[in-house]
Structures are given as structure tokens and as C-alpha cells.
Design a protein around this ligand. Structure first.
Ligand code: AHG
Ligand code: MN
Ligand code: MN
Length: 339
């Protein structure tokens, strides 16, 4: 290494020619998301001080209302994306309906942004990793105003960019525009995301499985059998695998992306469509994993090809190293046939 630092903004501009359609606007959008995430990061880092600085819902010493972090993150993203002129409509896991943009000139805004402002929020109070997930589409509606619900319900295959930021032991932003996956670590001393993980490829085989085994009794038979397979001793195949589950999808995904592994949120008796939301959580990470050489399905079908029928639609998910996901699907399919 010669120590040359490549910042996120520099990288985005250098790669701008990879997308022909409204490339300047997309670059600005990505950089706006980067800026919003730095503001969210600053607040996340103070999370443990909430009892000192003021409880959620109260007025702090500066006379400001203390907000729940997921609400704070949501507001930061909405503010950053409404004012830039590139985004015509947004959808957020925190909002029941689409978030309309009403700024002047919005009829010319070309992009749609969907996000989970803070994923894994149950981990905030225990200092474990949480993150922001985002997904960008082209606008398909035309009209004198901002975008519509239809703009937000496009198939995952139509994504032009997607990524996430993890507020962890360090803060990292990982994104793709359909030309590979790159990761940038925030250097707090200069306040810049710097290229730290160029061209991420996920291993074809991994040794980690991630699933909430507390729900085991409600899992489909094929998933139970796949878990037994993961635990079985087979030294030639490097089994048993390790079980790792943080309960923060972004953090579990990021570890498995770098090390190789599978993350499963299966259908259960209580939640027949699993828990994760297609447009806010699943599609962006499915786009990333495919770009990194991995695979994402609902057990039967490529998730990127599932047409969303509602903003908060949920789907089961098998995502990660290609060969591990294929193996899990095979278990899932055999048992599904028997019923
Ligand atoms: P969110 O905090 O955005 O509501 O998402 C939580 C999600 C996801 O991050 C994680 O993988 C999953 O919930 C964990 O669910 P279980 O507690 O059911 O395992
Ligand atoms: Mn989430
Ligand atoms: Mn969330």
C-alpha cells in the first residue's frame, strides 16, 4: 500500500461514468446518504449517554427533545434526501406510507430512495452494531409532482444502487451500483469515509450459519434438517459450522459477506413470510450479495424477482455464500414436497 487515501466522494465521482443515466444526480444522492450517515453516526455514538443527557421523550439540557434513535435517523435521511433535488419520493420502514417530496422542481427529480433508517435497533441499548440500509431506483412515474407508490414498489432487479452503513466497532459504508461492491471506513479524525474494502467478493463456501434458533420449534422441517446438517461432524466438509447471530441483520450480513456464511430468516408457523421487509431490508442486501458473488432467495425464488405488493411486505430469506444457500434450499425443497 502506498497509503493514498480514496474518499467516498472521490470514488463516487471517479466511477460516475459506470452509469449513463443521470449520473451526476446519482452521485449527489449517494454522497447525501454518506453525509446523513455521518450525522446519524455522531448520535449513535452518544447512545449510552442518554440517561445522562436526558431520556427519550424528555427535553434535554439544551432544550431539545430527545428522540428515539430510529426516529432521529429517519428524520436525518428524509431531510438530506428531500432537499437535494434528486429524489422524487421516499419510503421508510418507519413510515406507514410513502414520504412525498414537495420541494420546487421535484417533477424533475429522477430517483426513488427506500430505507431502513436504523436496523437492529433492539441492539442500541447494549452497544452492539446497528446500521442503516438503503436502496435506490429510477423514477418510473411521470407527472407534475413527486413520485408515487408505484415508484416504490419496483422489483429488486431494477435497483440502480444499494448499500448500508454499520455503526459498529468502526463505522463502515458498503455500496454497489451494479459494478461490484466497495466498502469505506469512516476515519473520525478527518470525518471522511475512506476506501478500505475494495471490490468485495464473498466466499462461495462459508463456515457460519446465522438464524434465530430460539424459534426452532416453529421452523419448517427442511430448515430444521439444514440446521442439523450445519451441526453435524464432517471434517472433510469443515462441519460443524459456527453459529453466529447478533440480531442486527446488517451486522450479521456484513460478517457473513466478508467471512462466508448463510443468514436465514425462514417462514415460521407464527410468521409465514418471515420477518424481514422486502423493499427496505431484503432487496438492498440481495443486490449487494449477488454483486459480491453470493445468492439470495426466499427458499424457492430469487428475491430480486419477487414483485412487491405492499411497502411493508415481508419475505422469508436465505442469503449468503452461493453453495451454502443452494444447500439450504435443497433441504427446504425436499421437505416442502412431502407436505
Ligand atoms: P429493525 O430493528 O429495523 O426493526 O430490524 C430488526 C430485524 C433485523 O435487524 C434482525 O435480523 C431481525 O430483526 C431479528 O429478528 P429476531 O429477533 O426475530 O431474530
Ligand atoms: Mn430492520
Ligand atoms: Mn429499523
Amino acid at each position: 500500500m502506498n497509503g493514498k487515501i480514496i474518499t467516498l466522494n472521490q470514488f463516487i465521482i471517479d466511477r460516475q461514468n459506470e452509469f449513463s443515466y443521470a449520473s451526476g444526480e446519482l452521485s449527489r444522492l449517494l454522497s447525501d446518504i454518506g453525509t446523513a450517515s455521518k450525522i446519524i453516526n455522531r448520535e449513535v455514538n452518544k447512545a449510552g449517554l442518554v440517561n445522562i443527557l436526558g431520556d427519550y421523550g424528555t427535553i434535554n439540557v439544551q432544550g431539545e427533545e430527545v428522540k428515539k434513535l430510529d426516529i432521529y435517523a429517519n428524520e436525518q435521511l428524509i431531510a438530506a434526501l428531500s432537499s437535494g433535488g434528486e429524489c422524487c419520493v421516499m419510503g421508510s420502514e418507519e413510515n406507514d406510507d410513502i414520504i412525498e417530496v414537495n420541494t420546487e422542481g421535484v417533477e424533475n427529480a429522477k430517483y426513488v430512495v427506500l430505507f431502513d433508517p436504523l436496523d437492529g435497533s433492539s441492539n442500541i441499548d447494549v452497544n452492539a452494531s446497528i446500521g442503516t440500509i438503503f436502496s435506490i431506483y429510477r423514477r418510473i412515474s411521470d407527472g407534475p409532482k413527486g413520485g408515487t407508490v408505484a415508484d416504490c414498489l419496483q422489483d429488486g432487479t431494477e435497483q440502480v444502487a444499494a448499500g448500508y452503513v454499520i455503526y459498529g466497532s468502526s463505522t463502515i459504508l458498503v455500496y454497489t451500483t451494479g459494478h461490484g461492491v466497495n466498502g469505506f471506513t469512516l476515519d473520525p479524525s478527518i470525518g471522511e469515509f475512506c476506501l478500505s474494502h475494495p471490490d468485495i467478493q464473498t466466499p462461495k463456501d462459508g463456515k457460519i450459519y446465522s438464524i434465530n434458533e430460539g424459534n426452532y420449534a416453529d421452523f419448517p422441517e427442511g430448515v430444521k434438517q439444514y440446521i442439523s446438517y450445519c451441526k453435524e461432524k464432517n471434517s472433510a466438509e469443515a462441519r460443524p459450522y459456527s453459529s453466529r447471530y447478533i440480531g442486527s441483520f446488517v451486522a450479521d450480513f456484513h460478517r457473513n459477506l466478508l467471512k462466508g456464511g448463510i443468514f436465514i430468516y425462514p417462514p415460521t408457523a407464527k410468521t409465514p413470510n418471515g420477518k424481514l421487509r422486502l423493499v427496505y431490508e431484503v432487496n438492498p442486501l440481495a443486490f449487494l450479495i449477488e454483486q459480491a458473488g453470493g445468492r439470495a432467495t426466499d427458499g424457492k425464488q430469487r428475491v430480486l424477482e419477487i414483485s412487491p405488493n405492499a411497502l411493508h411486505m415481508r419475505v422469508p430469506l436465505f442469503i449468503g455464500s452461493e453453495n451454502m444457500v443452494k444447500k439450504a434450499e435443497a433441504f427446504f425443497a425436499v421437505e416442502a414436497e412431502k407436505v
